[in-house]
Ligand binder design. Structure first.
Ligand code: NIG
Ligand code: FE
Length: 402
């Protein structure tokens, strides 16, 4: 089924040969992959693209083998968008905190007083599995309606073994229920839970002990840590990364969001897939990320919500040839945002990305931030993950404030 607008995949379609005819297609593949091609078709076998090109050039032998045919009727077809940084599974909401921040109380101040992430931890621990799943699916469908087909979901609002496990299981279930591809990341090192206030190191020990269990259960694809004064110190972050690397799990890092801590250089020294936020990234961090091929994930939703004024060093990232991704960072505190195109728009307006850079950031580079190479462009051999738009040009996707 093709939605009027939004992301869709051919997951679960068996091995049948399906044609998607008469589209305006932006492949994002190669130098002329940006401007849409009129009257093109895509052929998929199961979840894989097997051919794409002008309608009239469809090879005869393939034409005769087509089992299902969909008419795109001139709509714009692009690669499905990839939201490579979300905290989609949580209980409660933080509208009261929003009001407090508007009256002048700072995000870090609220966190230090036991609010912020910790208040969502309390709400998540109190929520039922069914409630967590229901709400996460609602959010995932909202993202899907904005063109998303792959979502990364982090844990990090349970902060005890049982609740973190439930959140990771729920994250996996979201994928099945919503027909989305889901990548899960362990962010148990999100903040120190209140019961460990006086002993953050003991909590880090526990997180390191939990990782092998989740790895064995196939519940985590990567490990993240929030390296900041309201998160974890450089040394504590290092211990989490050491444990992850020993298990062969890739690393990601919430780094240099509120202040410069050196988390980006540390994560890069472990070959991190991505460093995320990066408002306070310095030249040392940039050099380290460049050397390790780490993707810079920009999160303008959090920058906007927290009314930050120091944008990430986009010109220097560009100059260093570091791949830049853009994500929603959906979470109830710093980024209650459920539109990836709007994050793309903000990355252009607030951070100075070009629309093409924003698109690369929501597709190929977002895939790289998740260690995926099989999506993000429309190309034979890659996955049949699409987004359909009642728009003429991909530029429009980041132009409209949706
Ligand atoms: O990515 N920076 C840390 N973590 C989240 C915010 C979490 C929260 O405020 O609940 C982020 O912005
Ligand atoms: Fe985040």
């Amino acid at each position: 089924m093709i939605p009027a607008t939004g992301g869709f995949t051919n997951m679960g379609a068996g091995d049948s040969l399906t044609a998607w005819r008469h589209g305006r297609i932006t492949t994002l593949h190669g130098p002329d992959g940006w401007d849409p091609k009129e009257a093109w078709s895509v052929l998929t076998r199961g979840e894989i693209i097997v051919w794409l090109g002008p309608d009239h050039q469809l090879p005869k032998e393939l034409r005769h083998a087509i089992e299902f045919e969909h008419n795109l009727a001139g709509k714009l077809l692009t690669p499905g968008l990839i939201d490579c940084h979300t905290h989609l599974v949580y209980g409660g909401k933080r509208d009261a905190e929003f009001e407090m921040r508007l009256s002048g109380v700072g995000y870090e101040e609220i966190a230090r007083a036991g609010g912020g992430i910790r208040s969502t931890v309390a709400a998540t621990r109190a929520a039922s599995r069914a409630d967590l799943l229901g709400k996460a699916c609602q959010r995932a469908r909202r993202l899907q309606n904005t063109g998303v087909t792959t979502i990364e979901i982090k844990s990090g609002y349970g902060l005890d073994y049982d609740t973190e496990t439930v959140c990771l299981e729920v994250a996996r279930q979201v994928g099945n229920e919503c027909g989305l591809s889901v990548v899960t990341t362990c962010l148990s090192a999100h903040t120190v839970p209140s019961e460990f206030s006086d002993n953050a190191d003991a909590y880090v020990d526990l997180v390191c002990d939990w990782l092998p269990h989740w790895k064995a259960q196939g519940l985590i694809d990567a490990v993240d840590a929030f390296c900041d004064t309201v998160g974890f110190s450089l040394e504590q972050t290092r211990r989490v990364f050491e444990s992850a690397v020993r298990l062969g799990l890739p690393i990601k890092c919430h780094a240099e969001q509120l202040s410069l801590q050196g988390g980006a250089a540390l994560a890069a020294s472990y070959g991190a897939l991505s460093c995320d936020h990066l408002e306070y990234l310095d030249d040392v961090g940039i050099a380290a990320m460049r050397a390790s091929g780490t993707v810079a994930v920009l999160l303008p939703g959090a920058y906007y919500t927290l009314k930050q004024t120091t944008p990430p060093p986009v010109a220097k990232l560009r100059q260093a040839g570091i791949r830049v991704a853009v994500a929603t960072d959906h979470n109830p505190g710093s980024s209650p945002l459920l539109s990836l195109p709007l994050a793309g728009n903000m990355a252009c307006t607030l951070f100075g990305l070009t629309p093409q850079e924003a698109w690369a950031g929501m597709t190929t580079n977002a895939a790289a931030a998740l260690g995926l190479t099989d999506r993000g462009r429309l190309q034979p051999g890659l996955r049949a993950h699409f987004a359909c738009w009642e728009l003429e040009h991909p530029r429009e996707v980041v132009y409209w404030l949706n």
